[in-house]
Design a binder for this molecule. Sequence first.
Ligand code: GUN
Ligand code: ZN
Length: 428
Amino acid sequence: MVSEFILRGHVLSFTGSPFTVPHPEEATQICAALAISQGKVVGTGTFEQMQALLPEAGVIDHGDKLIVAGFVDAHVHYPQTAMIASWGKRLIDWLNTYTFPEEMRFGDAAYAQEISERYLDLSAANGTTTVCSFATIHPESVNAFFTAAQARGQRVVAGKTCMDRNAPDGLRDTPQSAYDDSKALIERWHGVDRIEYAITPRFSPTSTPDQLAALGALWAEHPTCLMQTHLSEQLDEIEWVKTLFPQARDYLDTYEAFGLLGARGLYGHAIHLEERERHRLRELDAGLVHCPTSNTFIGSGLFDMQGLMADGHRIGLATDTGGGSSFSMLRTMAAAYEVGQLRGHPLHAAQLIWLATQGSARAMRMQDKIGNIAADMEADLVVLDLASTPAIAQRSACAADLWEALFPTIMMGDDRAIAEVWINGQRQ
Ligand code: GUN
Ligand code: ZN
């Protein structure tokens, strides 16, 4: 199998964060080519420079297309694939009506395998090369997902979702079984090929203090794992958390008190944060995950991107499939733009692409491996057609610069804009 390639096109890399420079585009660099060898990027530059690096490489010319790092979706529920876009409920009713009955089916390994493959097909078709997914309470659901991702050479993170209360019969574990099952999965999968395990308490309403404590202990024993959960998504949910944990200072404290707050923690949504929570999350440099299509679809609220970025938070972007209404990170960037507008802060195209690549990779603590195109990074790439439909083509045709040419694809693009996807140095 040929494993050396030179890709020509407009190759977009980040040299810094477009949230910390006066002009976002100053944090980027555009080259004419990149070189791939043995699953890794070995350089970017002119075509001649790449030819000098890899004289035997196969050359693929993408013309005017834009080559960016593969999209990194930092919070999804792959088991919710088949019930995406379910109508009319807010968070707790939505979970009880649509989500839990569907998640119940994942005790069946064959079904878990079918949906794992379906989910990875759909997300890759939309340019997503890495995801951080919740599974269900069933270990089979984790095994199925990791097996499917491993066969595709994908870098993924997932974990068994732990719940021992406020969930229906058949969808509850216990503090001990959550600990034991998660530990066995860590031992089997964490660090195998490109797979990492995330310890996964669903959210504090569905875990007893005993279960949260057991998972906090497990995280202390396996500190290289990520820990993923939900935080302050809806106001009703926050009120419920207060009644379930009367001693807690706030929602975050229901995690903090049990050892579930740290730098490798990923907190999905994080919309309605109190000052202490913001301060503590920043102090520990924990990861926050913005899920804008979900937050509008389930009616949760408007994430404070501008304020949290200004305070130096580590923020990723995610679809939250199937609370989110799309598998596409392009659609998710569009929603992040719209939420920013509703809060008075339009995000620049460079900031949106950064969030969907570097931002998510940083939140998942993988920024030295994925989320950018640079020497030594793993070769996960997306080739974007900036004229994928007549409506987009006529707008990008009169763009003054690359950013104006890209923005219509962010706002109106779908899987037709994904010209090619590369995973681990292999064209899909
Ligand atoms: N909070 C707890 N579980 C979930 C879930 O599955 N989706 C979303 N959006 N929020 C949650
Ligand atoms: Zn979620």
